[in-house]
Design a protein. Structure first.
Ligand code: CP
Length: 311
């Protein structure tokens, strides 16, 4: 694989290899003052973000810097995109600067693939429209694996705005590939048609879906992607699909609570659950994000560094 455009196309052993590599970086990141490795020294990494981000942008930047790369960030709002430059011209401009890795977030599904066809270096998808967010799924898998051991055989319930969620899509592909039983829960208007073709079980009743769940992964209501067809009131949504302590008690007693962030507290998740010590893995997910992105950057730049390939 030259790029990381999605979880689609990755095999079970390739995902497990990335998670295994990320463990090295978890150890480095927890090692104290010297959180540094110079293997990407001399390489230039560009983060081109055409959509807002806190976690993904900062963790890619930290990941690149901890590996010794020169990291530059391009924010669309301050770029010549605002003057009408096309996506392809922007991609060719970044390529002419001889970047060694380009990380892209874009509001349109498929935009990252389009750019990857135009540049000479590895491209990493940091989230494209409603399509995929592969490093999010990998960091979620690493979080689950570290807390629960093997992912195969676990029952993982993903609840919320599945229709608009690239996080849900990448997680469904990742977790089913790793052998988990995946349940998805959402209001009828926010459930993609044909979702069961992905090997998941679809529910509209959150209470029923929680029974026997090892992991409960909540999704953000993506109001910015709604076409005006379904904007539930926050109170109504929380009543039907919000995770509170009563609902969490319906899952297994040690069920893990996850959310990719940013959270709408009181809309899809109660603060008492989001901050529940020992059960909520939300800040751990953020920590794993740095390690997983270090692993992906290391693996994808091996060819440029003339280091042996991967998986
Ligand atoms: N989870 C996630 O992608 O968060 P950001 O939008 O803050 O990057």
């Amino acid at each position: 694989h030259r790029h990381l455009l999605g979880i689609t196309g990755l095999q079970n052993h390739e995902i497990l290899y990335i998670l295994d590599q990320a463990e090295t970086w978890v150890a480095l990141n927890r090692s104290g003052a010297a959180k540094h490795d110079d293997r990407l020294a001399g390489l230039t990494m560009i983060n081109a973000f055409f959509e807002n981000s806190t976690r993904t942008l900062l963790s890619f930047e930290i990941a690149g810097k901890r590996l010794g790369a020169d990291v530059v960030n391009m924010h669309a709002s301050q770029s010549s995109i605002k003057k009408g430059e096309t996506l392809i011209d922007t991609a060719m401009t970044l390529n002419a600067m001889r970047a060694d890795a380009i990380v892209i977030r874009h509001a349109s599904s498929g935009a990252v693939q389009l750019i990857s066809d135009k540049v000479d270096c590895p491209v990493l998808n940091a989230g494209d429209g409603t399509h995929e967010h592969p490093t999010q799924a990998l960091l979620d898998a690493l979080t689950i694996q570290r807390r629960k051991g093997e992912i195969a055989g676990l029952t993982i319930t993903i609840c919320g705005d599945v229709l608009h969620s690239r996080v849900a899509r990448s997680n469904i592909i990742c977790l089913t590939t790793l052998g988990a039983r995946v349940r998805v829960v959402s209001p009828p208007a926010l459930m993609p048609a044909g979702i069961e073709d992905f090997g998941v079980t679809a529910f509209h009743d959150f209470d029923a879906a929680l029974d026997g769940s090892d992991v409960v992964m909540m999704l953000r209501l993506q109001n910015e992607r709604m076409q005006g067809d379904f904007i539930p009131s926050p109170r109504e949504y929380f009543h039907l699909y919000g995770l509170d302590e009563r609902r969490l008690a319906l899952a297994k007693p040690d069920a893990l609570v996850m959310h990719p962030g940013p959270m709408n507290r009181g809309v899809e998740i109660a603060s008492s659950v989001a901050d529940l010590a020992g059960r909520s893995a939300i800040t751990e997910q953020v920590e794993m994000g740095v390690a997983v992105r270090m692993a992906c950057l290391d693996i994808l730049t091996r060819k440029a560094r003339a280091v042996e390939g991967w998986a």
